[in-house]
Design a protein around this ligand. Structure first.
Ligand code: SAM
Ligand code: DTB
Ligand code: SF4
Length: 336
């Protein structure tokens, strides 16, 4: 081995977690200092190491496709500063009733035909009410019967609700921590960080896969990004799916003036998520419309292996299906 090869190997080894073996009697799998060190690694070293971790756990040429549908849009009571669906902000999103089951089924069929394997239903609620749960249960079982994986994001869950969703056939529940505990209060006041952790525990206890990540580009510091990864990676079982959203700025929301995040910092976030949660799917989520093909290719190299697929996220745009298919073709990426 040449000198430079052995130096590279040394660097690589330091990215393999020495504490992984202890992770059964959990305390801290990654320290904040470890995570900070990753963020501060020269960019090429960081993405090289993240890619190595990625290919030792996943096929690097395969990406999972999830399609989103907003089953209940707008009029939300919460004050999440990034969200166009909050009734508190003057945006172009109207308060609509919950969708009819037939329309949900036809959207799910369309998603399946386009190549998605998971269908994620989102509702602009603080949390589902009893009358809502029955309707959503129906949607979940119908979507599941089409042969799709099911995912829902409905806000905070009360005791017993996660079990009902599980019984209806729910595979994943998305509930994000959004940002660090320290920055959280600057973004949302109507629910606490602990409320979110409590919902995540209910989901985990009901044996539903956890989809949990956050948003970057909300004016947070790098330390906040480190602390978000710290929270996610040190969960007693890390989320199976980790969506990393780049803030989509919407006119009328408080975060419209947030400073632009350097796309390379976004890639670092993906890379560090990959290193710290080697077995999780890391999803390149909101914000792809603002990214060049090159930035998205870097995200896949750095360890992203899932995307939202379809022209719309919940209320904002996403790249066209044809555009994503072309990008995959150019990169020789195949859907999972
Ligand atoms: N109402 C439910 C809740 O808040 O849990 C479910 C839907 S909510 C829209 C799901 C997630 O989408 C949020 O937690 C947030 O992370 C993400 N999100 C919402 N608006 C966004 C935006 N403008 N840019 C990026 N991500 C956003
Ligand atoms: C997630 O982390 N991102 C998705 C999904 N989970 C529900 C939502 C992104 C929403 C972007 C803004 C909108 O379209 O309303
Ligand atoms: Fe409501 Fe969810 Fe938007 Fe917050 S993120 S305002 S809870 S729809």
């Amino acid at each position: 081995m040449t000198k430079s090869e052995s130096a590279l190997k040394e660097k690589t080894v330091s990215f393999i977690n020495p504490k992984k073996e202890q992770s059964n009697n959990k305390k801290e799998v990654w320290s904040k200092a470890d995570i900070k060190k990753f963020f501060e690694t020269p960019f090429n070293d960081l993405i090289f190491n993240a890619h190595q971790v990625h290919r030792s756990h996943f096929d690097p040429n395969r990406v999972q496709l999830s399609t989103l549908l907003s089953i209940k849009t707008g009029g939300c009571s919460e004050d999440c500063g990034y969200c166009p669906q909050s009734a508190r902000y003057d945006t172009t999103v109207d308060n609509e009733p919950i969708m009819h089951i037939d329309d949900v089924i036809s959207a799910a069929k369309q998603a399946k035909d386009a190549g998605a394997t998971r269908f994620c239903m989102g509702a602009a609620w603080r949390g589902p009410k009893e009358k809502d749960i029955g309707l959503v249960e129906n949607m979940i079982s119908e979507v599941k019967s089409l042969g799709l994986e099911t995912c829902a994001t409905l806000g905070m869950l009360k005791d017993g609700q996660a079990e009902r969703l599980k019984d209806a056939g729910l595979d994943y529940y998305n509930h994000n921590l959004d940002t660090s505990p320290e920055y959280y209060g600057d973004i949302i006041s109507t629910r606490t960080y602990q409320d979110r952790l409590d919902t995540l525990s209910r989901v985990r206890d009901a044996n539903i896969n956890v989809c949990c990540g956050g948003i970057v580009g909300m004016g947070e510091s790098r330390e906040d990004r480190i602390n978000l990864i710290y929270q996610l990676a040190n969960m007693s079982i890390p989320p199976e799916s980790v969506p990393i959203n780049l803030l989509t700025k919407v006119e009328g929301t408080p975060l419209i003036e947030a400073p632009e995040l350097d796309h390379f910092e976004f890639i670092r976030m993906i890379a560090v998520a990959r290193i710290c949660m080697p077995e999780s799917f890391v999803r390149l989520s909101a914000g792809r419309e603002s990214m060049s093909d090159g930035v998205q290719a870097l995200a896949f190299f750095a360890g992203a292996n899932s995307i939202f697929y379809g022209e719309e996220l919940l209320t904002t745009g996403n790249p066209d299906v044809e555009k994503d298919q072309q990008l995959f073709k150019r990169l020789d990426i195949k859907p999972i």
